[in-house]
Design a protein around this ligand. Structure first.
Ligand code: SF4
Ligand code: SF4
Ligand code: SF4
Length: 316
């Protein structure tokens, strides 16, 4: 079988998705036998976009450069894979969407005590777009592979599936809860705990113990390592299909309903706490219209209320 030409590109991201390829370890040899990696910013010095059968794109659209690179990938590749939560939903950079570019420049450059220059990047750097967008807002996408990064087993299966011309098998519709061994059981807990508070019971569901865990509203693209290792899920793989596709289902109300049934904490109190910490609990997916345009989603309002409360507390 002749090898399949592949182009790889990264847009605004942290490079973690590329490290996930290295995490394939010896399995990468199986993939490399079948593909011919052409453009790949971390591996090759090819500046252009040669014709390719397959294009992997990680990262979100944040700058004019990102938009141009995405369009060039679409023109040069027969199939485009949105690879990782940043490409699929906008990822953590999407948390910037509740601020203007000027506010971000103020915080990161002009008023930042840890930088030695208060100057913003020069005009030679590609300008920022007003907001962060997922890849499919700019080009059509053929396969979505969320995860931050996706687990190497899911990456391997998806790449092999594309090479063999079959749908990926490892990418199921299950939530993180499906692989978590913790027991959801009714408890007498009557208040929400911070993740840093106390030592959680290793057998019991975090929600039963008053910790906010996003496993039930998050797609399993990771094999659930966080709850299995004592840390509540923060939702980095993005929302489940139910949350994404059903207009009135929302991350905060779904978690609150489940947690209030498992504890003595009122549902309204849990909803309010998730709104108060919305930049944490919606950070990975807030840039996608699938979440951002839900009727229940008011993150700008929640963030402004939280900022007003903060300023009032610190001015008193
Ligand atoms: S999805 Fe996660 S690991 Fe991948 S580039 Fe974005 S932030 Fe990094
Ligand atoms: S909510 Fe979290 S702790 Fe509870 S079962 Fe789901 S993943 Fe596990
Ligand atoms: S368990 Fe949750 S936070 Fe941890 S890797 Fe999976 S999706 Fe991300």
């Amino acid at each position: 079988m002749s090898s399949i030409p592949v182009n790889i590109e990264w847009l605004s991201d942290c490079s973690g998705c590329h490290v996930a390829i290295v995490d394939l370890h010896e399995k990468i040899l199986t993939v490399l036998q079948a593909v011919n990696i052409q453009r790949c910013p971390v591996l090759t010095d090819i500046k252009g976009y040669p014709k390719a059968k397959l294009g992997l794109v990680s990262g979100a659209i944040r700058s004019e450069h990102d938009r141009h690179a995405a369009e060039e990938m679409r023109k040069s590749c027969d199939l485009i894979v949105a690879w990782g939560t940043c490409a699929v939903y906008g990822g953590i950079a999407g948390a910037g969407n509740v601020h203007s570019c000027e506010e971000i420049f103020d915080t990161v450059y002009r008023n930042n005590k840890t930088t030695c220059s208060t100057q913003c990047p020069s005009s030679e750097v590609s300008p920022l777009e007003p907001s962060v967008s997922p890849l499919d807002s700019v080009i059509p996408v053929d396969l979505y592979l969320p995860g931050c990064p996706p687990h190497p087993a899911v990456v391997f299966d998806a790449l092999l599936g594309l090479v063999e011309g079959r749908p990926p098998r490892a990418a199921t519709k299950e939530s993180v809860c499906a692989r978590c061994k913790r027991q959801m059981e009714k408890s007498e807990v009557d208040r929400i705990r911070k993740n840093s508070e106390g030592v959680p019971d290793p057998e019991q569901c975090f929600l039963s113990q008053g910790y906010l865990c996003m496993g039930s509203v998050t797609l399993d693209r990771c094999l659930s390592p966080c709850p299995l290792n004592g840390i509540p899920c923060s939702g980095c793989a993005g929302a489940t299909m139910q949350i994404l596709t059903e207009p009135n289902r929302d991350i905060r109300t779904e978690i609150a309903e489940r947690m209030s049934r498992l504890t003595l904490i009122p549902k309204e109190q849990i909803v309010r706490e998730i709104e108060r910490t919305s930049k944490t609990h919606y950070s990975y997916t807030m840039a996608t219209p699938m979440i951002g345009e839900k009727p229940t989603f008011l993150i700008r309002k929640w963030t402004e209320e939280e900022r007003e409360d903060y300023e009032q507390d610190h001015n008193d």
